[in-house]
Design a binder for this molecule. Structure first.
Ligand code: NAD
Ligand code: WQD
Length: 344
């Protein structure tokens, strides 16, 4: 299959591009590298033994995207591109709405013009907001998220649903990711956030490697087993496989449908830190801090629909996620900016 991947140089995109190349797909990446490095795709090519074709382009550049579609003639699209920092979205809502909605409208227009009707969309568990109790079931969402970033996912799910209902040729998968962490087992590609990480796993990894001093634990008074927040962490390689499963499913299914991509298991903040301590062999200093505004006590997936319909389930546990994240972080302490040892 010829698959065009927007945001294919990013954290989840790079792992998915690798999974597609490894199964023999012809892969085209469109990325403006606003939040990623071209080195990620060089590494992907190195692991796979062959490279995706890369177009450095803003997805919102509709004329440019039109030319890429005319040249590449993709069969399907996976759409990862977008802004994703929750706190930044609260501070700059207009930028988030304009960017995440605008680039998706451009993409849909170009797809329509070129009669490409198969789309896998990066949604998020954030679309469940706080309207349900864990485990979250697909029937229960989306109902509205707590911040502008999440709200763009809610709105885009709506837009994509309307688009699919208006024209039966569309085949759209809305993939609601829980908390992706970990890295490819090679240690060559992984999560490389710019600036201080917002999310727990990269923060913990950077403390373990000595880039940051200690982990702030945001609340130890939640009604959970150890008082800290519980999440459904999913290995990014399992998540990538979920995209391949969704693409396969769309070969035989028209319309639009949502699937949770999670493990169905909950892990607390302290359990995740302990897993990184075990993986790294280092002690990770922590400090209990007040709850972070907008955080939920618990969030994990009901995974039954993805198992039944996509024939996919996550296989890797927390220990493997921490070990793989640590291999990436320790081998690349400054992410893709790390100067290889031996280089002058
Ligand atoms: P990421 O920032 O690493 O990847 C996004 C990629 O898109 C980057 O390579 C960036 O350069 C590119 N990009 C951004 N705007 C673009 C534009 N206008 N044109 C072209 N390229 C552009 O993020 P990620 O963690 O890999 O997330 C991928 C998708 O999954 C996002 O849509 C995100 O909202 C969603 N998601 C992520 C998580 C998570 O925790 N990482 C959870 C749920 C959903
Ligand atoms: C996990 C747990 C924190 C940092 C976010 C987005 C969500 C989705 C994934 C895209 C919570 C605690 C965190 C820290 C901590 N992204 N924590 N110290 O909040 O579940 O989800 O990323 O769609 O939309 O909201 O993930 O990794 O930020 O937090 O104690 O320094 O770790 O309170 O319990 P979250 P997270």
């Amino acid at each position: 299959m010829r698959v065009l991947v927007t945001g294919g140089a990013g954290y989840i995109g790079s792992h998915t591009v690798l999974a597609l190349l490894e199964r023999g797909d012809d892969v085209i990446v469109v990325d403006n590298f606003a939040n990623s490095s071209p080195i990620a795709l060089e590494r992907v090519a190195g692991i796979a033994g062959h490279a995706p074709r890369v177009h450095r382009l803003d997805v919102g550049d509709e004329d440019g995207l039109d030319a890429v579609f005319a040249q590449e003639r993709p069969d399907a699209v996976i759409h990862f591109a977008g802004l994703k920092a929750v706190g930044e979205s609260v501070a700059q809502p207009l930028r988030y709405y304009a960017e995440n909605l605008g680039i998706t409208f451009s993409l849909l227009s170009v797809m329509q013009r070129h009669e490409v009707h198969t789309l896998v969309f990066s949604s998020s568990a954030t679309v469940y907001g706080d309207h349900q109790q864990a485990p979250y079931r697909e029937e229960g969402g989306p109902l509205g998220a707590a911040n502008p970033y999440g709200q763009t996912k809610v709105m885009l799910e709506r837009v994509l649903t309307d688009v699919a209902h208006a024209d039966p040729r569309w085949r759209i998968a809305l993939l609601r990711y829980f908390n992706p962490i970990g890295a490819h087992e090679s240690g060559l590609i992984g999560e490389d956030p710019r600036g201080v990480p917002n999310n727990l796993a990269p923060y913990v990894a950077q403390v373990a490697v000595g880039r940051l001093a200690e982990v702030g634990v945001f609340g130890a008074d939640y009604p959970t087993a150890d008082g800290t927040g519980e999440r459904d962490y999913i290995h990014v390689v399992d998540l990538a496989a979920g995209h391949v499963a969704a693409l396969e499913h769309l070969r035989t299914r028209e319309g639009v449908r949502a699937w949770n991509l999670g493990t169905g298991r909950a892990t607390s903040v302290l359990e995740l830190i302990a897993a990184f301590e075990a993986a790294s062999g280092r002690s990770i200093p922590t400090r209990i801090e007040p709850r972070r505004e907008g955080d939920l006590a618990q969030a994990w997936a009901d995974t039954q629909r993805a198992e039944d319909e996509l024939g996919w389930r996550a296989e890797r546990g927390i220990a493997e996620m921490a070990a793989d994240a640590w291999r990436w972080q320790s081998g690349n302490p400054q992410g893709y900016d790390t100067v290889p040892s031996g280089a002058v």
